[in-house]
Design a binder for this molecule. Structure first.
Ligand code: 5AD
Ligand code: SF4
Length: 458
Protein backbone atom coordinates (compact mmCIF):
# COMPACT_ATOMS: atom_id res chain seq x y z
CA UNK A 1 0.00 0.00 0.00
CA UNK A 2 1.22 3.50 -0.83
CA UNK A 3 1.87 5.84 2.07
CA UNK A 4 1.25 9.54 2.63
CA UNK A 5 2.85 11.82 5.22
CA UNK A 6 1.04 15.08 5.95
CA UNK A 7 2.68 17.79 8.02
CA UNK A 8 0.55 20.66 9.24
CA UNK A 9 1.88 24.11 10.14
CA UNK A 10 0.03 27.03 11.65
CA UNK A 11 -3.59 27.32 12.64
CA UNK A 12 -6.49 24.99 13.33
CA UNK A 13 -7.88 25.61 9.88
CA UNK A 14 -4.80 23.86 8.56
CA UNK A 15 -5.25 20.98 11.01
CA UNK A 16 -8.78 20.53 9.70
CA UNK A 17 -7.63 20.82 6.06
CA UNK A 18 -4.86 18.27 6.66
CA UNK A 19 -7.48 15.81 7.89
CA UNK A 20 -9.58 16.41 4.81
CA UNK A 21 -6.52 16.00 2.55
CA UNK A 22 -5.84 12.69 4.30
CA UNK A 23 -9.43 11.68 3.42
CA UNK A 24 -8.89 12.69 -0.22
CA UNK A 25 -5.68 10.71 -0.65
CA UNK A 26 -7.04 7.75 1.36
CA UNK A 27 -9.56 7.35 -1.45
CA UNK A 28 -6.61 7.02 -3.82
CA UNK A 29 -5.19 4.19 -1.71
CA UNK A 30 -2.70 6.13 0.42
CA UNK A 31 -2.44 5.11 4.09
CA UNK A 32 -1.19 7.78 6.49
CA UNK A 33 2.30 7.39 7.95
CA UNK A 34 3.93 9.33 10.76
CA UNK A 35 7.23 9.98 8.98
CA UNK A 36 8.41 11.30 5.63
CA UNK A 37 11.06 8.56 5.37
CA UNK A 38 8.72 5.87 4.09
CA UNK A 39 6.21 8.15 2.36
CA UNK A 40 5.41 7.97 -1.36
CA UNK A 41 3.49 11.22 -1.02
CA UNK A 42 4.56 14.07 1.26
CA UNK A 43 2.20 17.00 1.82
CA UNK A 44 3.35 20.11 3.65
CA UNK A 45 0.28 22.10 4.68
CA UNK A 46 1.92 25.46 5.16
CA UNK A 47 1.38 28.72 7.03
CA UNK A 48 2.21 32.22 5.76
CA UNK A 49 1.12 34.27 8.77
CA UNK A 50 4.64 35.29 9.87
CA UNK A 51 7.96 35.17 8.05
CA UNK A 52 9.34 32.45 10.33
CA UNK A 53 6.40 30.18 9.55
CA UNK A 54 6.97 30.55 5.80
CA UNK A 55 10.75 30.05 6.08
CA UNK A 56 10.28 26.77 7.96
CA UNK A 57 8.71 25.34 4.82
CA UNK A 58 11.80 26.02 2.73
CA UNK A 59 14.11 24.38 5.26
CA UNK A 60 11.82 21.34 5.35
CA UNK A 61 11.83 21.27 1.53
CA UNK A 62 15.64 21.22 1.62
CA UNK A 63 15.55 18.05 3.76
CA UNK A 64 12.86 16.51 1.57
CA UNK A 65 14.92 17.09 -1.57
CA UNK A 66 17.68 14.90 -0.14
CA UNK A 67 15.20 12.29 0.97
CA UNK A 68 13.61 12.24 -2.47
CA UNK A 69 17.04 11.75 -4.08
CA UNK A 70 17.92 8.89 -1.68
CA UNK A 71 14.62 7.15 -2.31
CA UNK A 72 15.05 7.60 -6.06
CA UNK A 73 18.40 5.78 -5.86
CA UNK A 74 16.55 2.89 -4.23
CA UNK A 75 14.02 2.97 -7.09
CA UNK A 76 11.24 4.62 -5.05
CA UNK A 77 9.33 7.64 -6.25
CA UNK A 78 8.37 10.47 -3.87
CA UNK A 79 5.80 13.09 -4.76
CA UNK A 80 6.08 16.34 -2.84
CA UNK A 81 3.08 18.63 -2.43
CA UNK A 82 3.13 22.12 -0.95
CA UNK A 83 -0.39 23.02 0.21
CA UNK A 84 -1.85 25.76 2.39
CA UNK A 85 -1.19 29.48 2.58
CA UNK A 86 2.44 29.60 1.37
CA UNK A 87 1.24 27.71 -1.70
CA UNK A 88 -1.49 30.27 -2.20
CA UNK A 89 0.77 33.27 -1.67
CA UNK A 90 3.77 32.14 -3.70
CA UNK A 91 2.32 29.75 -6.31
CA UNK A 92 4.77 28.58 -8.96
CA UNK A 93 7.56 30.60 -7.33
CA UNK A 94 7.86 27.66 -4.90
CA UNK A 95 8.67 25.25 -7.74
CA UNK A 96 11.27 27.68 -9.03
CA UNK A 97 12.90 27.97 -5.62
CA UNK A 98 12.48 24.29 -4.71
CA UNK A 99 12.39 22.18 -7.90
CA UNK A 100 11.83 18.96 -5.92
CA UNK A 101 8.23 20.15 -5.40
CA UNK A 102 5.74 18.38 -7.68
CA UNK A 103 2.46 20.06 -6.79
CA UNK A 104 1.49 23.45 -5.39
CA UNK A 105 -2.10 23.64 -4.20
CA UNK A 106 -3.78 26.42 -2.22
CA UNK A 107 -6.35 26.00 0.55
CA UNK A 108 -9.27 26.37 -1.85
CA UNK A 109 -8.31 23.63 -4.27
CA UNK A 110 -7.08 20.55 -2.43
CA UNK A 111 -10.12 18.51 -3.48
CA UNK A 112 -8.23 18.35 -6.82
CA UNK A 113 -5.17 16.74 -5.26
CA UNK A 114 -5.54 13.31 -6.93
CA UNK A 115 -5.70 14.89 -10.42
CA UNK A 116 -2.81 17.24 -9.68
CA UNK A 117 -0.63 14.41 -8.32
CA UNK A 118 -1.38 12.25 -11.37
CA UNK A 119 -0.69 15.15 -13.71
CA UNK A 120 2.65 15.93 -12.03
CA UNK A 121 3.70 12.28 -12.07
CA UNK A 122 2.80 11.89 -15.75
CA UNK A 123 4.33 15.17 -16.89
CA UNK A 124 7.37 14.84 -14.59
CA UNK A 125 7.16 18.52 -13.85
CA UNK A 126 5.66 20.69 -11.15
CA UNK A 127 2.01 21.74 -11.41
CA UNK A 128 0.02 24.32 -9.53
CA UNK A 129 -3.70 24.82 -9.03
CA UNK A 130 -5.95 27.81 -9.45
CA UNK A 131 -7.75 29.07 -6.36
CA UNK A 132 -11.40 28.08 -6.30
CA UNK A 133 -12.47 28.89 -2.79
CA UNK A 134 -15.16 26.69 -1.35
CA UNK A 135 -15.92 24.45 -4.27
CA UNK A 136 -13.94 21.85 -2.36
CA UNK A 137 -16.58 21.33 0.32
CA UNK A 138 -19.06 20.07 -2.23
CA UNK A 139 -16.65 17.46 -3.56
CA UNK A 140 -14.59 16.28 -0.61
CA UNK A 141 -15.08 12.63 0.32
CA UNK A 142 -16.88 11.77 3.54
CA UNK A 143 -14.48 10.14 5.99
CA UNK A 144 -15.50 6.71 7.25
CA UNK A 145 -16.54 6.24 10.90
CA UNK A 146 -13.28 4.46 11.65
CA UNK A 147 -11.22 7.32 10.15
CA UNK A 148 -13.18 9.81 12.27
CA UNK A 149 -12.71 7.68 15.39
CA UNK A 150 -8.97 7.44 14.83
CA UNK A 151 -8.78 11.23 15.22
CA UNK A 152 -10.31 11.25 18.68
CA UNK A 153 -13.41 12.50 20.46
CA UNK A 154 -12.87 16.17 19.71
CA UNK A 155 -13.19 17.37 16.12
CA UNK A 156 -13.01 20.58 14.12
CA UNK A 157 -15.60 21.62 11.57
CA UNK A 158 -14.82 24.53 9.24
CA UNK A 159 -17.91 26.69 8.86
CA UNK A 160 -16.41 29.82 7.38
CA UNK A 161 -13.24 30.65 5.51
CA UNK A 162 -11.44 33.80 4.52
CA UNK A 163 -11.66 37.27 5.96
CA UNK A 164 -12.87 40.71 4.87
CA UNK A 165 -11.43 42.62 7.81
CA UNK A 166 -8.07 43.51 6.24
CA UNK A 167 -6.12 44.15 9.43
CA UNK A 168 -3.12 46.00 8.05
CA UNK A 169 -0.58 43.38 9.24
CA UNK A 170 -2.37 40.26 8.07
CA UNK A 171 -2.02 38.07 4.98
CA UNK A 172 -5.18 36.05 5.57
CA UNK A 173 -7.51 38.11 3.34
CA UNK A 174 -5.01 37.52 0.51
CA UNK A 175 -4.19 33.84 1.12
CA UNK A 176 -7.60 32.58 2.21
CA UNK A 177 -9.63 35.01 0.16
CA UNK A 178 -12.90 36.77 0.88
CA UNK A 179 -15.10 35.77 3.76
CA UNK A 180 -17.41 32.90 2.82
CA UNK A 181 -19.78 30.83 4.95
CA UNK A 182 -20.72 27.21 4.29
CA UNK A 183 -24.44 26.45 4.11
CA UNK A 184 -25.75 25.37 7.53
CA UNK A 185 -27.17 22.08 6.24
CA UNK A 186 -23.72 20.94 5.02
CA UNK A 187 -22.26 21.78 8.43
CA UNK A 188 -25.03 19.96 10.29
CA UNK A 189 -24.57 16.89 8.06
CA UNK A 190 -20.86 16.87 8.78
CA UNK A 191 -21.53 17.26 12.50
CA UNK A 192 -24.06 14.41 12.45
CA UNK A 193 -21.53 12.07 10.82
CA UNK A 194 -18.92 13.03 13.44
CA UNK A 195 -21.34 12.41 16.32
CA UNK A 196 -22.48 9.08 14.90
CA UNK A 197 -18.84 8.01 14.81
CA UNK A 198 -18.40 8.89 18.51
CA UNK A 199 -17.16 12.49 18.51
CA UNK A 200 -18.31 14.33 21.68
CA UNK A 201 -16.88 17.80 21.18
CA UNK A 202 -17.07 19.98 18.07
CA UNK A 203 -15.02 23.11 17.63
CA UNK A 204 -16.54 25.21 14.92
CA UNK A 205 -13.70 26.99 13.13
CA UNK A 206 -13.15 29.84 10.71
CA UNK A 207 -10.66 32.70 10.29
CA UNK A 208 -13.45 35.03 11.33
CA UNK A 209 -15.86 32.49 12.73
CA UNK A 210 -18.30 34.85 14.43
CA UNK A 211 -18.86 36.62 11.11
CA UNK A 212 -20.56 33.39 10.03
CA UNK A 213 -23.68 34.10 7.95
CA UNK A 214 -24.55 30.94 6.08
CA UNK A 215 -27.72 29.94 4.28
CA UNK A 216 -30.00 28.09 6.68
CA UNK A 217 -32.23 25.16 5.73
CA UNK A 218 -35.23 27.45 6.43
CA UNK A 219 -34.20 29.84 3.65
CA UNK A 220 -32.94 32.47 6.09
CA UNK A 221 -29.40 33.57 6.81
CA UNK A 222 -28.11 31.93 9.99
CA UNK A 223 -25.78 33.65 12.43
CA UNK A 224 -23.14 31.74 14.36
CA UNK A 225 -25.41 31.81 17.42
CA UNK A 226 -28.23 30.19 15.42
CA UNK A 227 -25.84 27.52 14.14
CA UNK A 228 -24.44 26.85 17.60
CA UNK A 229 -27.95 26.59 19.09
CA UNK A 230 -28.88 23.99 16.50
CA UNK A 231 -25.67 22.03 17.05
CA UNK A 232 -26.33 22.10 20.81
CA UNK A 233 -29.54 20.16 20.25
CA UNK A 234 -27.83 17.31 18.41
CA UNK A 235 -27.86 14.04 20.36
CA UNK A 236 -24.46 12.95 21.61
CA UNK A 237 -22.82 16.36 21.47
CA UNK A 238 -21.42 17.21 24.92
CA UNK A 239 -19.36 20.26 24.08
CA UNK A 240 -19.21 23.06 21.53
CA UNK A 241 -16.46 25.62 21.05
CA UNK A 242 -15.79 28.14 18.30
CA UNK A 243 -12.70 29.99 17.15
CA UNK A 244 -11.38 32.52 16.03
CA UNK A 245 -13.63 35.49 16.72
CA UNK A 246 -13.28 39.17 15.92
CA UNK A 247 -14.41 41.69 18.58
CA UNK A 248 -16.49 43.56 16.02
CA UNK A 249 -18.58 40.46 15.30
CA UNK A 250 -19.46 39.46 18.89
CA UNK A 251 -23.20 39.79 18.26
CA UNK A 252 -25.74 40.00 21.10
CA UNK A 253 -27.28 36.63 20.22
CA UNK A 254 -23.85 34.97 20.46
CA UNK A 255 -23.14 36.58 23.83
CA UNK A 256 -26.59 35.46 25.02
CA UNK A 257 -25.89 31.90 23.83
CA UNK A 258 -23.07 31.71 26.39
CA UNK A 259 -25.63 32.19 29.16
CA UNK A 260 -28.20 29.82 27.73
CA UNK A 261 -26.41 26.80 26.29
CA UNK A 262 -24.74 24.45 28.79
CA UNK A 263 -22.93 22.70 25.93
CA UNK A 264 -21.29 25.92 24.79
CA UNK A 265 -18.03 25.91 26.72
CA UNK A 266 -17.12 28.94 28.84
CA UNK A 267 -14.01 29.78 26.85
CA UNK A 268 -13.55 32.44 24.20
CA UNK A 269 -10.55 33.27 22.04
CA UNK A 270 -11.01 36.94 21.24
CA UNK A 271 -7.79 38.52 19.93
CA UNK A 272 -7.21 42.15 20.89
CA UNK A 273 -3.70 42.46 19.33
CA UNK A 274 -2.78 45.73 21.11
CA UNK A 275 -3.90 48.06 23.88
CA UNK A 276 -3.32 51.56 22.44
CA UNK A 277 -5.98 53.21 20.29
CA UNK A 278 -3.52 54.75 17.83
CA UNK A 279 -1.98 51.31 17.18
CA UNK A 280 -5.38 49.62 16.94
CA UNK A 281 -6.40 52.22 14.36
CA UNK A 282 -3.19 51.76 12.37
CA UNK A 283 -3.82 48.03 12.51
CA UNK A 284 -7.30 48.69 11.07
CA UNK A 285 -8.84 46.68 13.91
CA UNK A 286 -12.01 48.80 13.91
CA UNK A 287 -12.34 48.92 17.69
CA UNK A 288 -10.74 50.90 20.51
CA UNK A 289 -9.25 49.51 23.71
CA UNK A 290 -12.25 50.72 25.71
CA UNK A 291 -14.70 49.15 23.27
CA UNK A 292 -12.87 45.86 23.83
CA UNK A 293 -13.04 46.34 27.63
CA UNK A 294 -16.78 47.02 27.48
CA UNK A 295 -17.32 44.01 25.26
CA UNK A 296 -15.54 41.79 27.77
CA UNK A 297 -17.74 43.20 30.53
CA UNK A 298 -20.85 42.27 28.55
CA UNK A 299 -19.56 38.78 27.83
CA UNK A 300 -18.68 38.29 31.50
CA UNK A 301 -22.07 39.43 32.64
CA UNK A 302 -23.60 36.82 30.34
CA UNK A 303 -21.25 34.05 31.48
CA UNK A 304 -19.36 35.13 34.62
CA UNK A 305 -16.92 32.20 34.70
CA UNK A 306 -15.88 32.52 31.04
CA UNK A 307 -12.14 32.11 30.39
CA UNK A 308 -10.71 34.45 27.79
CA UNK A 309 -7.71 34.13 25.53
CA UNK A 310 -6.12 36.53 23.09
CA UNK A 311 -3.48 37.12 20.45
CA UNK A 312 -1.05 40.02 20.75
CA UNK A 313 1.39 41.66 18.38
CA UNK A 314 4.30 43.70 19.77
CA UNK A 315 6.41 46.11 17.76
CA UNK A 316 3.80 47.06 15.20
CA UNK A 317 5.29 49.89 13.06
CA UNK A 318 5.49 53.11 15.07
CA UNK A 319 4.60 51.48 18.42
CA UNK A 320 6.09 53.64 21.19
CA UNK A 321 7.14 52.54 24.69
CA UNK A 322 4.01 54.19 26.07
CA UNK A 323 1.76 52.39 23.59
CA UNK A 324 3.37 49.09 24.51
CA UNK A 325 2.67 49.88 28.17
CA UNK A 326 -0.99 50.31 27.19
CA UNK A 327 -0.96 46.74 25.88
CA UNK A 328 0.54 45.47 29.15
CA UNK A 329 -2.09 47.36 31.11
CA UNK A 330 -5.02 46.11 29.04
CA UNK A 331 -3.80 42.51 29.31
CA UNK A 332 -3.38 42.84 33.09
CA UNK A 333 -6.87 44.31 33.50
CA UNK A 334 -8.57 41.51 31.60
CA UNK A 335 -6.50 38.65 33.05
CA UNK A 336 -6.35 36.21 30.15
CA UNK A 337 -6.43 32.46 30.83
CA UNK A 338 -4.19 31.84 27.82
CA UNK A 339 -2.53 33.94 25.14
CA UNK A 340 -0.46 33.86 22.00
CA UNK A 341 1.93 36.73 21.42
CA UNK A 342 4.16 37.55 18.50
CA UNK A 343 6.68 40.06 17.26
CA UNK A 344 5.31 42.01 14.34
CA UNK A 345 6.50 40.41 11.10
CA UNK A 346 6.17 42.44 7.89
CA UNK A 347 4.28 40.38 5.32
CA UNK A 348 4.63 41.05 1.61
CA UNK A 349 1.58 42.73 0.12
CA UNK A 350 0.10 43.93 3.42
CA UNK A 351 -0.20 47.72 4.05
CA UNK A 352 1.79 47.74 7.31
CA UNK A 353 4.81 46.15 5.64
CA UNK A 354 5.40 49.36 3.64
CA UNK A 355 5.50 51.50 6.77
CA UNK A 356 8.89 53.19 7.14
CA UNK A 357 8.53 53.34 10.92
CA UNK A 358 9.52 49.70 11.62
CA UNK A 359 10.47 48.95 15.24
CA UNK A 360 14.03 47.63 15.74
CA UNK A 361 14.30 43.90 16.34
CA UNK A 362 15.95 44.33 19.75
CA UNK A 363 13.04 46.48 20.95
CA UNK A 364 10.53 43.90 19.71
CA UNK A 365 12.48 41.17 21.51
CA UNK A 366 12.43 43.05 24.78
CA UNK A 367 8.73 43.91 24.55
CA UNK A 368 7.80 40.35 23.68
CA UNK A 369 9.72 39.05 26.68
CA UNK A 370 7.99 41.45 29.05
CA UNK A 371 4.54 40.76 27.64
CA UNK A 372 5.04 37.00 27.66
CA UNK A 373 6.25 37.04 31.28
CA UNK A 374 3.10 38.87 32.31
CA UNK A 375 0.77 36.71 30.20
CA UNK A 376 2.38 33.55 31.55
CA UNK A 377 1.86 34.76 35.14
CA UNK A 378 -1.81 35.43 34.32
CA UNK A 379 -2.18 31.97 32.81
CA UNK A 380 -0.65 30.33 35.87
CA UNK A 381 -2.87 32.43 38.12
CA UNK A 382 -5.92 31.28 36.20
CA UNK A 383 -4.83 27.63 36.41
CA UNK A 384 -4.02 28.00 40.11
CA UNK A 385 -7.50 29.44 40.65
CA UNK A 386 -9.09 26.19 39.54
CA UNK A 387 -7.25 24.09 42.17
CA UNK A 388 -9.76 22.70 44.65
CA UNK A 389 -12.68 23.17 42.28
CA UNK A 390 -14.87 20.38 40.96
CA UNK A 391 -15.06 20.50 37.17
CA UNK A 392 -16.32 18.32 34.39
CA UNK A 393 -13.60 16.87 32.20
CA UNK A 394 -14.02 15.38 28.74
CA UNK A 395 -11.74 12.33 28.66
CA UNK A 396 -9.69 12.28 25.43
CA UNK A 397 -7.06 9.56 25.75
CA UNK A 398 -5.01 7.44 28.17
CA UNK A 399 -2.58 9.48 30.28
CA UNK A 400 1.18 9.25 30.58
CA UNK A 401 1.11 6.74 33.44
CA UNK A 402 -1.05 3.66 34.04
CA UNK A 403 -4.30 4.62 35.77
CA UNK A 404 -4.19 8.14 34.38
CA UNK A 405 -6.46 9.61 31.77
CA UNK A 406 -6.00 12.78 29.74
CA UNK A 407 -8.79 15.24 29.16
CA UNK A 408 -9.86 18.87 29.07
CA UNK A 409 -11.76 21.09 31.47
CA UNK A 410 -14.46 23.42 30.13
CA UNK A 411 -11.76 26.12 30.20
CA UNK A 412 -9.61 24.18 27.72
CA UNK A 413 -7.04 23.25 30.36
CA UNK A 414 -5.37 19.91 29.83
CA UNK A 415 -5.83 17.60 32.85
CA UNK A 416 -4.27 14.34 34.02
CA UNK A 417 -7.05 12.51 35.85
CA UNK A 418 -6.46 9.63 38.28
CA UNK A 419 -9.02 7.24 39.72
CA UNK A 420 -11.46 7.27 36.84
CA UNK A 421 -12.83 4.12 35.26
CA UNK A 422 -13.67 6.04 32.13
CA UNK A 423 -13.27 5.83 28.37
CA UNK A 424 -12.32 8.52 25.86
CA UNK A 425 -15.54 10.42 25.19
CA UNK A 426 -16.84 10.19 28.77
CA UNK A 427 -17.47 13.36 30.73
CA UNK A 428 -16.39 12.87 34.34
CA UNK A 429 -16.55 15.07 37.37
CA UNK A 430 -13.13 15.67 38.93
CA UNK A 431 -11.53 17.69 41.69
CA UNK A 432 -8.49 19.68 40.56
CA UNK A 433 -5.60 18.88 42.90
CA UNK A 434 -2.63 20.73 41.44
CA UNK A 435 -0.92 22.35 38.50
CA UNK A 436 2.06 21.59 36.27
CA UNK A 437 3.44 24.11 33.76
CA UNK A 438 1.17 22.94 30.96
CA UNK A 439 -1.52 20.85 32.60
CA UNK A 440 -3.53 20.26 35.74
CA UNK A 441 -3.79 17.22 38.00
CA UNK A 442 -7.16 15.94 39.15
CA UNK A 443 -8.86 13.09 40.98
CA UNK A 444 -12.29 11.76 40.28
CA UNK A 445 -14.70 13.65 42.55
CA UNK A 446 -16.60 11.68 45.21
CA UNK A 447 -19.69 13.57 44.38
CA UNK A 448 -20.48 16.17 41.79
CA UNK A 449 -22.90 17.77 44.23
CA UNK A 450 -21.18 21.12 44.38
CA UNK A 451 -20.04 21.17 40.78
CA UNK A 452 -21.33 23.96 38.64
CA UNK A 453 -23.18 22.20 35.83
CA UNK A 454 -20.69 23.21 33.17
CA UNK A 455 -21.80 20.62 30.68
CA UNK A 456 -24.70 18.28 30.43
CA UNK A 457 -22.99 15.04 31.45
CA UNK A 458 -24.75 13.34 28.54
N1 5AD B 1 3.10 39.63 12.41
C1 5AD B 1 2.94 39.11 13.65
N2 5AD B 1 1.85 38.47 14.05
C2 5AD B 1 0.83 38.35 13.17
N3 5AD B 1 -0.38 37.78 13.28
C3 5AD B 1 -1.02 37.91 12.11
N4 5AD B 1 -0.25 38.56 11.22
C4 5AD B 1 0.92 38.85 11.87
C5 5AD B 1 2.10 39.53 11.49
N5 5AD B 1 2.26 40.05 10.28
C6 5AD B 1 -0.87 37.19 14.52
C7 5AD B 1 -2.12 37.90 15.02
C8 5AD B 1 -3.21 36.92 14.70
C9 5AD B 1 -2.49 35.60 14.86
C10 5AD B 1 -3.14 34.44 14.21
O1 5AD B 1 -1.24 35.84 14.28
O2 5AD B 1 -1.99 38.08 16.41
O3 5AD B 1 -4.32 37.03 15.57
FE1 SF4 C 1 -6.21 38.60 9.75
FE2 SF4 C 1 -7.57 40.59 10.93
FE3 SF4 C 1 -8.86 38.82 9.35
FE4 SF4 C 1 -7.92 38.04 11.75
S1 SF4 C 1 -9.53 39.59 11.39
S2 SF4 C 1 -7.71 36.94 9.79
S3 SF4 C 1 -6.05 39.23 11.93
S4 SF4 C 1 -7.29 40.29 8.69
Amino acid sequence: MKKAFIKSYGCQMNVYDSGRMADVVAEQGYAETGSADDADLVILNTCHIRERAAEKVYSELGRLRELKAERAEAGQETTIVVAGCVAQAEGREIIRRAPAVDVVVGPGSYHRLPDLVREAQAARKGVDAEFDQFEKFATLPRPSASRIRSRGVSAFVTVQEGCDKFCSFCVVPYTRGAELSRPASAILDEARALLEAGVREITVIGQNVNAYHGDGPDGRVWSLARLVRTLAEMPGLARIRYTTSHPRDMADDLIAAHAELPALMPYLHLPVQAGADRVLKAMNRRHTADEYRRLIERIRSSRPDIALSSDFIVGFPGETDGEFEDTLRLAAEIGFAASFSFKYSPRPGTPAADNTDQVPEAVKDERLQRLQAQLEADRQAFNGGTVGRVLYVLIEKPGRHPGQLNGKTPYLQQVQVTGAAAQPGDVVSVRITGTAPNSLFAEVAESAGNAAPLVAAA
